[in-house]
Design a protein around this ligand. Structure first.
Ligand code: NDP
Length: 407
């Protein structure tokens, strides 16, 4: 019987715990651990109510390797699913190596004191995982995650070479609050305020944050949204693993209201990540801001509307140019009815469960450190349809697909 240890009891941890519990033939024994154990207990009670399954809970500070090693040994976990924060990636990988456990996550490592995220730190573990006969899967959420697998699948079925990739993440949902982020506010704001980088003819080109935007009409009546170009971590691994890509860009929708609040918060210094001395206490403004903003995990009840996330891809098949759009649409209210979370946590937590399932079933268990697009996409793609994130692929006119490049 497979034993798994989930670390992190936030919005995403809630979805992962529910979805793993719904697949008992793969996830035999589940332990949910986090810094605040009461959050794990509350999720375990919900899981029991919805699925009838008992999951164990534990307290752990994942910044401390020895604590996690002890917990892995105690639970006998074969796989650790990291849905804590990106800051914990390296200590959790260290713990897995020491305790002999496979590892997976949904976001790449970033240091607390610098808003810089890149794969180099985690790729540096390749040899150690390989030697230990252990497997690490990086980036099994939606983006990175599903969008990366969409790219690998499109290459397998539709192209001989991919030339352009535009990942478009639209959240057409409304949570009814003046300002809230739909996943961890600290991580979210660090990400969207960072300078933009996109891939152009063999190198990353840096432009100011939010300086490029387009209008994008989503399919199936989701609506038309303003999307802004920004840097996202899967651009780094996808352009490395699919070297025929000439241009890769990531776009995300933001409402005018979100941008207005963000601009003010930036202008007044509330998004700073360096400590400020306030009455003799060191305060990091962004961490303080997180404490006063709504908890994304509490937005499920009030969020209405749909997300639409997918890839517009162009390239060559049999010498002819072609373009496809692969996407998923997810309804916030349906997610809440199923697992008590809004669609952002849902679209991250479901692929985390599916990535874990591929590892436990053996298809994705090769020793080493792997980005998700390096694995065969088939099982993952069919599990998306089976476990709540059905996708579609439509052919587009090449000119229409290329229009995203027009400045
Ligand atoms: P939350 O802030 O809601 O939850 C994070 C959880 O991790 C909390 O329970 C927190 O505990 C726990 N945690 C933080 N530090 C530690 C620690 N040192 N030891 C143990 N537990 C700790 O975040 P989300 O659920 O919204 O996001 C989880 C992850 O998913 C993040 O890494 C995020 O970047 C990623 N993500 C990925 C996406 C994708 O598509 N790939 C999309 C959205 C998110 P406490 O409650 O005590 O603070």
């Amino acid at each position: 019987m497979n034993k798994v240890l989930i670390i992190g009891a936030g919005g995403v941890g809630n979805v992962v715990a529910h979805k793993c519990a719904m697949v008992p033939e793969v996830f035999g024994e589940i332990t949910l651990a986090s810094r605040t154990v009461s959050k794990c207990e509350a999720i375990a009670a919900e899981v029991k109510k919805r699925t009838g399954r008992e999951i164990a809970t534990a307290q752990v500070d994942a910044d401390h390797v020895a604590e996690t090693v002890e917990l892995i040994r105690k639970t006998g976990a074969r796989l650790l699913i990291n849905v804590a924060l990106p800051y914990q990636d390296l200590t959790l990988m260290d713990a897995c190596l020491e305790a002999g456990c496979d590892y997976m996550d949904t976001a790449n490592y970033e240091p607390k004191d610098e808003a810089k995220f890149e794969y180099s730190w985690q790729w540096a573990y390749q040899e150690r995982f390989e030697k230990a006969g252990l497997s690490a899967l990086l980036g099994s959420g939606f983006d990175p995650g599903v969008t990366s697998v969409f790219t690998a699948w499109a290459l397998k079925h539709h192209f001989d070479e991919i030339h352009t990739l535009d990942i478009i993440d639209v959240n057409g949902g409304d949570h009814g609050r003046a300002f809230a982020t739909n996943f961890n506010p600290e991580i979210n704001i660090r990400e969207v305020t960072a300078p933009c980088r996109h891939w152009e003819e063999g190198e990353f080109v840096e432009t100011p944050a939010m300086s490029e935007h387009r209008e994008f009409m989503c399919p199936e009546g989701v609506g038309t949204y303003e999307i802004y170009r920004m840097y996202h971590e899967e651009l780094e691994s996808l352009t490395k693993h699919l070297p025929t890509i000439k241009r890769a860009q990531f776009w995300m929708s933001f409402s005018p209201n979100y941008l207005k609040h963000l601009e003010v918060l930036q202008n007044v210094g509330m998004t700073r990540i360096d400590p400020v001395n306030y009455n003799g206490v060191e305060v990091v403004p962004l961490q303080f801001l997180k404490a006063v903003l709504p908890d994304p995990g509490d937005l499920g009840q009030s969020t209405k509307g749909r997300t639409c996330i997918g890839n517009v891809i162009t390239g060559i098949k049999d010498g002819v140019e072609k373009a496809v759009y692969v996407y998923n649409i997810c309804d916030h209210e349906e997610c809440f009815a199923e697992v008590g979370s809004q669609a952002i946590s849902y679209t991250t937590g479901v692929p985390a469960m599916i990535g874990a399932k591929q590892m436990l079933e053996g298809g994705w268990s090769k020793p080493g450190v792997w980005n998700i697009e390096q694995h065969d996409p088939e099982g993952f793609m069919s599990d998306l349809n089976a476990h709540g994130l059905p996708w579609k692929c439509v052919e587009l006119g090449v000119d229409m697909a290329k229009r995203l490049a027009v400045v």
